[in-house]
Design a protein around this ligand. Structure first.
Ligand code: PMP
Length: 285
């Protein structure tokens, strides 16, 4: 039975338990390293730990321990597990919070998990490779699937925390063409005069259910067509109203953007017209 390290204890792997409230599980807020060892000798320990610390700093996760303490743990887990050629898998998450909230919480301590796994024996200098590869090519689309409601929310969490830690409530996001996409945890609508617009659905935004219900309610019960189209940053900055929509917020008026009032800085007239429609008909869709 392989022995793993979890939060200060060496235990059999089948006894290891992590809370479902761990932010690694909930948000994908975690980092890992896979470190090869041969006959107890670790390859690139400092480089792996420097990269881990870089990620920890980027995510504002406290360092669980020093380089020397990590290496001591690595040596101990190698001794507790059989095998000459072992990889060491290290996984650190932000830890467990009481509440599921995109912003960082003060009640978390990092979760640290380490296990070993068998790796191939090292290739002798000049030997033939054990394996060769056949590959396909594809456009690099990593972090480019915002239309999937995935729990890999690290990118969203980083954007949410950007505004949260400065005392704001959300971050509006723009693509490389300075077009509005969405907020880190909500869809966005803008109003100019009587015209209500929202970014068109594509891989850049989550197809929000509240967005969908609102569009349908306005069409069916008030004959109002929401324009689904590209919305420039200028339009957002000059909008009379901006709303955030999500299942928990419903339609939330935004009164300030980048420290400037949206419209006249008060809740807008179009919101006041639309909110009762939504409230009345949201169960009808
Ligand atoms: N966009 C993102 C990135 C979100 O996280 C959410 C809320 N989960 C939304 C939009 C709104 O979606 P819904 O209306 O389905 O709650």
């Amino acid at each position: 039975m392989s022995i793993v390290f979890l939060n200060g204890q060496f235990i059999p792997e089948n006894e290891a338990r992590i809370s479902p409230m761990d932010r690694g599980f909930l948000f994908g807020e975690g980092l890992y390293e896979s470190i090869p060892t041969y006959s107890g000798k670790i390859i690139g320990a400092k480089l792996h730990l420097d990269r881990l610390n870089f990620g920890l700093d980027a995510l504002q996760i406290p360092h669980p321990m020093s380089h020397a303490e990590w290496v001591e743990l690595f040596n101990e887990i190698l001794q507790r597990n059989e095998g000459d050629n072992l990889g060491i898998y290290v996984h650190v998450t932000r830890g467990v919070s009481q509440k599921r909230f995109h912003g960082y919480m003060s009640d978390t301590a990092p979760t640290v998990f380490i296990r070993t796994f068998s790796i191939n024996a090292p290739l002798e200098a000049g030997a033939e490779p054990l394996q060769v590869a056949k590959v396909l090519s594809q456009e690099d689309r990593r972090w480019d699937h915002c239309n999937i409601k995935s729990t890999s929310l690290l990118g969203n969490v980083l954007h949410f925390q950007h505004s949260h830690q400065q005392g704001y409530d959300e971050t509006l996001l723009f693509n490389e063409h300075n077009e509005l996409t969405e907020a880190s945890s909500a869809n966005v609508f803008v109003v100019k005069g009587e015209v209500i617009s929202t970014p068109v659905l594509d891989k850049q935004i989550l197809p929000g259910i509240t967005r969908d219900i609102l569009i349908q309610v306005l069409q069916r019960f008030a004959g109002i067509t929401v324009e689904e189209r590209a919305i420039s940053m200028d339009e957002v900055k000059n909008a009379d109203e901006i709303w955030l929509t999500s299942s928990t917020r419903e339609i939330m008026p935004v009164i300030e953007l980048d420290d400037h009032p949206v419209g006249n800085g008060a809740i807008g007239n179009v919101w006041r017209k639309v909110q009762p429609l939504y409230a009345t008909h949201k169960f009808d869709i």
